[in-house]
Design a protein around this ligand. Structure first.
Ligand SMILES: [Zn+2]
Length: 248
């Protein structure tokens, strides 16, 4: 029995060895849907298989994560996405990461091409940024991308106002338990612009996450905002449904 209806807006389900048990636990915890994000061709293919086997529960996003970008592989990754974009609810995980060794220029080119695909196909984007928030935001805004979520936002607070002012969302993770920049962002953003997620199977303080842990995210967001969890659950699920055009 569960009164809550939650969506985990960002999970790497293809990395789970205990997938079916994790999905059962998530259902029991009140998770009504999961957006599964992809990293590269292989992971995107796996995402489609998982979504196919769990229709109406797992919603596929396909992407090309900056960590996976390799010179010589970009063409194949981009054309896989172009060919399959109509079958997904979003393009993700995509973005810019300045802490890794992949050249910035290559990252900008790939991210720009992915934003163009999102625009042409009218799909939202799920954006990963590290030390690159301003550039990623401006690339999306310049292209007039309408729907975007800046995942696990821990960037500058001034920029956050511009992000939500443009109509984009940010998402909250269980890192709210300990991360001051993430807490500050969630405190500042209006609840109408926040999604809940886990980034499963990321470890938080030494514990691997699963989609059911979106309950932890819910609890932390509720406490930070001083709102009842039922209010936060309802609003953030509506937000996710609007962003990803999901209908239950
Ligand atoms: Zn992720």
């Amino acid at each position: 029995m569960n009164e809550l209806s939650l969506i985990d807006g960002h999970a790497h389900l293809e990395e789970l060895k205990d997938l079916s048990g994790s999905l059962d636990e998530a259902r029991t915890a009140g998770v009504r849907g999961i957006v599964a994000v992809g990293m590269d061709i292989e992971s995107n293919k796996n995402i489609f298989q998982i979504a196919q086997a769990n229709q109406g529960y797992v919603y596929p996003a396909i992407g090309y994560h900056p960590w996976q970008i390799r010179e010589g592989e970009t063409k194949a990754n981009l054309s896989f996405i172009r060919d399959h974009v109509q079958r997904c609810v979003a393009l993700g995980e995509i973005g810019l990461d300045y802490k890794i060794k992949v050249k910035k220029e290559l990252q900008w080119n790939v991210f720009g091409d992915l934003l163009d695909i999102a625009l042409e196909s009218d799909k939202p984007v799920i954006v990963h940024c590290r030390f690159s928030h301003r550039r990623a935001f401006e690339m999306a805004r310049e292209r007039k991308i309408k729907r975007a979520v800046f995942h696990w936002y821990s960037g500058p607070l001034g920029l956050l106002d511009e992000i939500v002012g443009t109509g984009y969302f940010i998402s909250a993770t269980p890192a709210l338990a300990y991360s001051p920049p993430h807490q500050a962002a969630i405190k500042q953003a209006p609840i109408e612009k926040i999604l809940l997620e886990t980034d499963t199977p990321v470890s938080y303080q030494g514990r691997e996450s699963r989609p059911k842990d979106v309950r932890i995210t819910l609890e932390k967001v509720s406490r930070l905002k001083g709102l009842d969890p039922s209010v936060v659950s309802k609003q953030t699920t509506e937000n996710a449904c609007r962003l990803f055009k999901i209908r239950f």
